[in-house]
Design a protein around this ligand. Structure first.
Ligand code: ZN
Length: 131
């Protein structure tokens, strides 16, 4: 789906709690990054291979584990969703990982988009090369 069409075409099969987080994150992204309206992404709910709350596969598909995410305070869950979308937008799955650079970049975007990254990091721990 194209992000700009998110509200029109939505991902109807996602649980409504997760959809409501995504709607907030997508709206914030489109406010800050109008170029992203043509960005295509594919989001599924389920367990990640890393065991974390979210991940971006090599194909660019974003996996969000709503069971894990929804245990957090809403502002933390929103920051995590924003962080994962930032990875996809930055195309990190297409590049060779370089230390913590991608994590720092994804956090930077999530923060720029207005999400509580510092709180997310306080709760979930500092960035590692696998997340
Ligand atoms: Zn990350």
């Amino acid at each position: 789906m194209k992000l700009g069409n998110y509200f029109k075409n939505g991902v109807q099969y996602l649980p409504s709690d997760l959809k409501s987080l995504l709607e907030i994150v997508v709206a914030a992204i489109l406010t800050h990054e109008p170029d992203f309206k043509n960005f295509e992404c594919d989001i599924l709910d389920g367990e990640t291979t890393s065991g974390y709350e979210g991940e971006v596969l090599e194909t660019g598909r974003i996996i969000l584990d709503s069971k894990k995410l929804l245990k957090y305070d809403r502002d933390v869950a929103l920051a995590i969703v924003a962080h994962e979308l930032a990875h996809a937008f930055c195309g990190h799955h297409l590049k060779e990982p370089v230390g913590l650079e991608f994590e720092v970049e994804a956090d930077g975007y999530a923060k720029k988009w207005g999400f509580q990254v510092d709180k997310f990091r306080k709760v979930c721990g500092p960035p590692t090369t696998t997340w």
